[in-house]
Design a binder for this molecule. Structure first.
Ligand code: MLT
Ligand code: MN
Ligand code: ZN
Length: 302
């Protein structure tokens, strides 16, 4: 399986248009020690040039233009190698990119029933897309393995199993928590049996996450904040990292560093996170633990 980080940053990207934190200022002036990053999305492929997106960020157009493997196939007037998109939640930074797929062919859109319900009620992307490319919705049922099929029904060489995380609801949804609101994904290459675990938003190292990561060759984990107090201390929000549903890196690093996976990576990194600065002690600590701070364009093969 090929894994490509399309965007390594959390919502807002790096630099964020209205942010004056140290990282955003450094990235804006082109400092070599803080790489700019687009918003949270990953692409995976088993073979045959077919790709599945894991979340679709508002930077999707730029991300696709920057990735030759995701360009239209040469033989058709128009087309796309994107076979489907899997959503881990209903957050704006993970869903709004779906609107940029409207010009293309139909694709499979996989989400839990909760995420689909939240979108239909509060962010009518499904209603809008029904007038354009008409994606086919497929339900991700946590706990069950399901094949990832190409739009015509052929095998893609990948299968997926979703697992429930804490179910934290987006800000624009009135609910607090709901099962299926935030999931992690276990994706397996059926030929090589290499497994990827993708959990860009998690409030805890849950038993299901531990179980999935134990057999994985690659783990991409929530790296939003460095410590719990970061959003409040830096004046960017009133809620702590944990109150926003994000386990800080300080707390998850010992666990991630101890995982058997050869590829251990933080994704969905907020622009305030000090580990984004390659000259920082935080970055050195993550690096010394054998964990990568994802950059846009990182590719891994498992
Ligand atoms: C999150 O990851 O917590 C959300 O994307 C935050 C947001 O931008 O609303
Ligand atoms: Mn987010
Ligand atoms: Zn910033």
């Amino acid at each position: 399986m090929q894994i490509r980080i399309l965007g390594a940053a959390a919502g807002g990207g790096l630099p964020q248009w209205n942010c004056n934190c140290g990282n955003c200022r450094a990235a804006r002036r082109g400092a070599a020690h803080v790489q700019p990053r687009t918003q949270s999305s990953v692409a995976v492929s088993a073979a045959g040039g077919h790709w599945f997106l894991l979340n679709a960020s508002p930077d999707l157009r730029q991300q696709l233009l920057g990735c030759p493997a995701l360009a239209p196939p040469a033989e058709a007037p128009r087309g796309s190698p994107i076979a489907g998109c899997l959503l881990t939640d209903a957050e704006l930074d993970h869903c709004t990119g779906l609107l940029f797929l409207r010009e293309g062919p139909a694709f499979h859109l996989l989400a839990t029933a909760t995420v689909r319900r939240w979108l239909e009620a509060h962010l009518p992307i499904p209603t809008v897309l029904a007038h354009f490319c008409r994606p086919e919705w497929l339900e991700l049922v946590p706990g069950a393995w399901q094949a990832l099929l190409l739009p015509g029904g052929a095998a893609s060489g990948l299968r997926v199993r979703a697992f429930d995380l804490d179910g934290h609801a987006p800000r624009f949804v009135a609910a607090e928590h709901a099962a299926g609101g935030v999931i992690g994904l276990e994706i397996e290459d059926t030929r090589s049996q290499g497994k990827l675990v993708y959990a860009p938003g998690t409030g805890a190292i849950t038993p299901a996450l531990v179980d999935a990561a134990g057999g994985a060759a690659a783990v991409l984990l929530d790296g939003t904040f460095w410590d719990d107090d970061e959003p409040v201390r830096l004046g960017i929000g009133a809620r702590s990292a944990q109150a926003m549903g994000h386990l800080p890196v300080c707390s998850s690093l010992p666990w991630l560093a101890a995982q058997p996976a050869a590829v251990r990576v933080y994704v969905h990194i907020n622009n305030t996170n000090p580990m984004l600065d390659e000259s920082s002690a935080a970055h050195r600590r993550v690096d010394a633990a054998g964990v990568r701070v994802a950059c846009d364009g990182d590719t891994f093969e498992i």
